[in-house]
Design a protein around this ligand. Structure first.
Ligand code: BJW
Length: 245
């Protein structure tokens, strides 16, 4: 698949939807979940990001998040994030559904964002369900406690076995239904239901373009795959588009 053809599809598109994963932030210095370096203290994400893991050892789970908060706090958006932020002004309809919790799309200027898996900087009270933003890292107390009632707080993140935020998910699904092009960037495509946006878009005759360093479980079903780092491929694609009016 040539990048020139992908650029032609994009140039013809009015409605563009994007699904991003950890790979889009890799070049900002944030490790991905799977593959090399995808483990934390020899544990897989599937063992840490669950309500059961938190109930069993909230401090351990919080230590993982604390480490990630410290990493992310030092990272800035890369050229891939910036191109996607610019594209929301280019296309008449644009939605960026992200599985990432790092906030780098928003930091790059993206507004039309549907965060499917939550936010690293929001804490939720396990007793009352109230949420508050807290950007301090390290947090003064680990695990943190709700300032109002003293109950344990958890990260406001979607763990395995938990439903995605209803409104965000509906928005993303609708955007996959109506789009001309779905870009799937830097995700292994193994986590559901986010990955099913690809099937939804294909079922509604969209062209689906994958951008990834390597082949994934989605590569056989998408319309086209572009191999390479997102922070290089996205600017290259952008340069091939006609000037926006
Ligand atoms: C680059 C690059 C560069 C590197 N440039 N590319 C159907 C079938 C089977 C299972 C299920 C199913 N439906 C649901 C499930 C269960 C489960 C699931 O999917 N399990 C599978 C793992 C088997 N899903 C759930 O439980 C979800 N909830 C749910 O379904 O609820 C149903 C329900 C309904 C009603 C009531 C109750 C329940 C929730 C899923 C939550 C996922 N959460 C996590 C962790 C928390 C977030 C956090 O702490 O950060 O989200 S898991 C983790 O994986 C994280 C990510 O967002 C997510 C996706 O990972 P991602 O982004 O794809 O990263 P990687 O590392 O996998 O891949 C990186 C890619 O980038 C690679 O391909 C690299 O090659 C590439 N790359 N550098 C371009 N520079």
């Amino acid at each position: 698949m040539s990048i020139a053809l992908a650029a032609e599809w994009l140039a013809d598109a009015r409605q563009v939807t994007v699904l991003t994963g950890a790979g889009v932030s890799a070049e900002s210095g944030i490790p991905t979940f799977r593959g090399d370096g995808g483990y934390w203290r020899k544990r897989r994400v599937e063992e840490l990001a669950t309500p059961a893991a938190f109930a069993h050892d909230p401090r351990l789970v919080w230590e993982w998040y604390e480490e990630r908060r410290q990493t992310v706090a030092q990272c800035t958006p890369n050229a891939g994030h910036r191109v996607l932020a610019a594209w929301e002004k280019r296309f008449p309809f644009f939605l960026l559904a992200t599985q990432n919790v790092d906030g780098l799309h928003q930091a790059a200027g993206s507004v039309r964002v549907a965060p499917l898996h939550g936010d690293l900087w929001t804490l939720r009270c396990t007793a009352e369900g109230t949420e508050r933003a807290d950007h301090r890292t390290p947090l003064p107390e680990l695990p943190p406690r709700c300032p109002a009632c003293g109950a344990l707080e958890r990260p406001a993140i979607v763990w395995f076995g938990e439903p995605l935020p209803k409104e965000r998910w509906e928005e993303a699904t609708q955007a996959a239904v109506v789009c001309d092009v779905l870009l799937v960037i830097g995700t292994s495509g193994v986590v559901q239901p986010a990955a099913s946006l690809v099937d939804t878009a294909l079922a509604h005759r969209a062209r689906v373009i994958e951008i990834n360093l390597q082949e994934t479980v989605l590569s056989d079903v998408v319309s086209a795959s572009l191999r390479g780092p997102a922070a290089t491929v996205l600017p290259a694609l952008d340069r091939l588009l006609p000037p926006s009016t």
